[in-house]
Design a protein around this ligand. Sequence first.
Ligand code: NAD
Ligand code: TDX
Length: 329
Amino acid sequence: MLVTGGAGFIGANFVHRALAARPGLRLTVLDALTYAGNRDSLAGVADRITLVHGDVCDGDLVDALVRDCDTVVHFAAESHVDNSLQDPTPFLRTNVEGTFVLLEAVRRHDRRLHHVSTDEVFGSLPLRGDEAFTEQTPYDPSSPYSATKAASDLLVRAWARSYGVRATLSNCANNYGPYQNVEKFLPRQITNVLRGQRPKLYGTGENVREWTHVDDHNDAVLLILDAGRLGETYLIGSGAQWSNRALLELTLTLLGRPADDFDHVPDRPAHDLRYACDSGKIRRELGWRPRWADVPDGLAATVDWYRRNEWWWGPQKAETEARYAAIGR
Ligand code: NAD
Ligand code: TDX
């Protein structure tokens, strides 16, 4: 198996999970080790994998790696909305061109591909109401990040239809869990509190996200690899919708701080109001169920992980907060 972006948050958790689930698996990670990639996330399994430090846009390298595997799981991406608003260039390159390069290699060598994507491609739902995205919802991305993910999804669908590439796609809701970069909402707030800094809430904090534990996401990916129908898209989400404000208050409480001990900062431009996925298809067809359906339990475990693993997140923290300070958030 070739895992692109396997030194990132979801990819590294996937590598751990896939090796545990499939003891004989031979696994290669292709990762450019950008600011978001971290060898330390793979420390416990370093002797069981091959880590190739390289770029998914490098056609010759990708061709050789794809030729030598049966299955490709594609996580590699630029993944942070705020960064995409500051400079979209690497998003176009990695998310669009990188997926194109991979698709061409998969096509040449007739390999199985699973493409990992996000519910952000569908845009924003109204704040109130119980509407949710489905596999049929038209794409309507708001940010440069989600627009490039949407483009990559459409390339995968077209390569499956036009060339018979054996591909599946998944669009998952917001993930949380170990090894998530401290630029993202929950790790940023948890590590702020652990460092004695006040958490930062964008705008009013009424925006709603559906929080899915990274292990539940990765179990879904493993199920799709085993039994997903080729050419199909599967939406993945725990069903647990939380406003940013409510989740921040819970985080503060878990860390023993008053629930209102945070700062409001200016809102993100084009800030999507609400995401929610109807994951009925993967539940019905593949029997997927989230094991961490209860966010307070999953968040408590995640807070505990960040408490115990400052060696992992400490080196990223100052630079990340300096980037936020530069944009006033
Ligand atoms: P991440 O930013 O933590 O990790 C991305 C990884 O890709 C890093 O290891 C980075 O070094 C690597 N990478 C970046 N550019 C590369 C390049 N040109 N060549 C090779 N490797 C490169 O991201 P994540 O949160 O783990 O997200 C992984 C995937 O899951 C992305 O495709 C993202 O769109 C999708 N996704 C994320 C979430 C979420 O909540 N984080 C939810 C749904 C879907
Ligand atoms: O400091 C913050 N304060 C804050 O209020 C940060 C970093 C974020 N927020 C808000 C913005 C969002 O409404 O919290 C919410 C979550 O923010 P992010 O962690 O940046 O996630 P989001 O923009 O929702 O996108 C995430 O989920 C979908 C991932 O980063 C994407 O890669 C994934 O595709």
